[in-house]
Design a protein around this ligand. Sequence first.
Ligand SMILES: O=C(O)C(=O)Cc1ccccc1
Length: 290
Amino acid sequence: MAGQTAKNRISYLGPEASFTHLAALRVFPEGQQVPFATIPECIEAVAEGSVDYAVVPLENALEGSVSLTVDYLFHEAQLYVTAEVLSPIGQHFLVHPDNADADSFEAIYSHPQALAQSHKFLYYTYKNTPLEQYSSTSAAAKMVSELPERPIAAIGNEFSAQKYGLTILHRDIHDFHFNHTRFFVLSKTDHKLEIPGHEGQIKTTLMISPPKDDRSGVLHQVLSVFAWRQLNLSKIESRPLKTGLGNYFFIIDVLEDESATMMRGAFEELAAIGCEVKTLGSYYTYRNQA
Ligand SMILES: O=C(O)C(=O)Cc1ccccc1
């Protein structure tokens, strides 16, 4: 059981005050936080061992999966999930204090997920203002703070506003009240991060590739492996295998520890029906406050 010492190095999508940074601080308040410019760079850092953990966004309640993270975990890296962090996400419209009285803006910058989560607000309030994708919400906020002579805005969180000295011109502009993001805490070794405050339920994430013969009813067979053992699923999603149109793998979250007898039976039966199973490990859930 690793993960609690101040010596841990943690990669996150930077710069400081991104949503991912806040998630990383929830589980490693004393760790050494190392910012990277992209999600793949965060994952590569843990895969090559220059950091101990990577904290990456996996899915958002409004926008669905962050496919970059899911696909990287399936195709590129053999890593394990040691914890998940569920964070409430509040998006605000941030401007340089010098531009707080501007009635129009040259452009609005943010991470694509933040722009998408605020789509209705942006459409109705700043219909003709160009939306520019940026590497993260905090990178956009930092950029706006460095260019007071340009009437531009960023979308991001309250901590970015504080950190980079920006004014919140419009608060809570995300389109639906229930806006949460799920983050994974990844490591090269298969273990559970156990620090105070986790929820009781253990979860296991599996990536299952169906047999190549493409016979009918395979998904039904896969689901029945879990159903008759009364193994509860909290998520199922399909992603392209990238081997041809119509070829998919399934990401399944099971509310059980992978070492449980029923789970070991499920793995054997999945192998018997010709499925390849990649387990990302079993882990606890940690919640972040708003
Ligand atoms: O850009 C950020 O701040 C991130 O950490 C990525 C992100 C963007 C929007 C919601 C959750 C995570």
